[in-house]
Design a protein around this ligand. Structure first.
Ligand code: CO8
Length: 259
């Protein structure tokens, strides 16, 4: 079935897929259907050998202004429990292909959390990041208190989460939340440029490296080092390792096949 709230282009560029959040009138507010469509699309792209990197974007005014407040407003705690929307987020977290968020305008609440669930963030000069849930009587629920704190540290995370203050792209770059800033008319192109840098590497090595970096947040140093070492050894079973090292010695560019 064609998704209603996202647009999927599996081969926007060679080996790069583009997924666009597409509820512009609601500033891409993340309702349940949008999140289900996004999870399904990302999982399909993840299973596609031709896709080596995914760019996830919105539009110039908004990446996403958060969870859909109108959809949530009347819900009880038991409704929230039964809907269990975070299993959808868990499904996105399992995607092995790197995802780059291309953020312009608002990335608020669940929108900021979705950007942080991605592996890298390229922002336009107009981007605004925030966790304003406190202003509507709740708090972040999709990782905001955890991923934001790990990215920017306690002082700024506390201020953003307790006051709902937005930060600019420049502040987000200084704080370590994002990777790059580009002018509004170029930020998407910049995200594709970064995606191309990833897509030209061995897809196997990229997936295992992503998995290993993420493990740094979920484990002790010792466990993380052990996990990294196993993946490092495992890559010596790949043709890409042979090709990559041979190409280096032959002073030519490697041709990676993902095998
Ligand atoms: N949910 C539903 N509708 C929204 C949302 C939203 N989060 N954000 C904007 N909209 C709608 C507005 O209601 C408006 O619709 P309408 O024209 O029908 O009234 C339309 O989008 C345009 O918005 P505005 O007129 O308000 O545009 P402005 O440029 O004046 O303001 C703002 C832009 C500042 C972004 C403002 O819209 C705003 O404050 N939005 C809400 C931001 C917010 O509080 N986000 C956090 C939501 S809670 C959350 O994300 C919890 C996450 C944890 C669970 C994740 C599960 C998915």
């Amino acid at each position: 079935m064609t998704p209603e709230f996202i647009i999927v282009s599996p081969q926007e560029r060679p080996h790069i897929a583009y997924v666009q959040l597409n509820r512009p009138k609601e500033l891409n507010a993340l309702n349940l259907q949008l999140m289900q469509e996004l999870r399904d699309a990302l999982q399909l792209l993840d299973a596609d050998d031709n896709v080596r990197c995914i760019v996830l974007g919105g539009n110039e005014k908004a990446f996403a202004a958060g969870a859909d407040i109108k959809q949530m407003a009347g819900r009880s705690a038991i409704d929230m429990y039964n809907v269990d929307q975070f299993t959808i987020w868990d499904g996105i977290k399992k995607v092995r292909t790197p995802i780059i968020a291309a953020v312009s305008g608002f990335a608020l609440g669940g929108g900021c959390e979705l950007a942080m669930l991605c592996d890298m963030i390229v922002a336009s000069e107009s981007a605004k990041f925030g966790q304003p849930e406190i202003k509507i009587g709740v708090m972040p629920g999709a990782g905001g208190t955890q991923r934001l704190t790990r990215a920017v540290g306690k002082a700024l995370a506390m201020e953003m989460v307790l006051t709902g203050k937005f930060i600019s792209a420049t502040e987000a770059l200084q704080a370590g939340l994002i990777n790059r800033i580009a002018p509004v008319e170029l930020y998407l192109e910049e995200a594709f440029r970064l995606a191309a840098e990833v897509a030209k590497q061995s897809p196997l090595a990229v997936k295992m490296a992503k998995e290993s970096v993420l493990r740094a947040f979920d484990s002790t140093l010792e466990e993380g080092l052990h996990f990294e070492r196993k993946n490092f050894y495992l890559l010596f079973a790949s043709e890409d390792q042979k090709e990559g090292m041979k190409a280096f010695m032959e002073k030519r560019e490697p041709v990676f096949t993902g095998k």
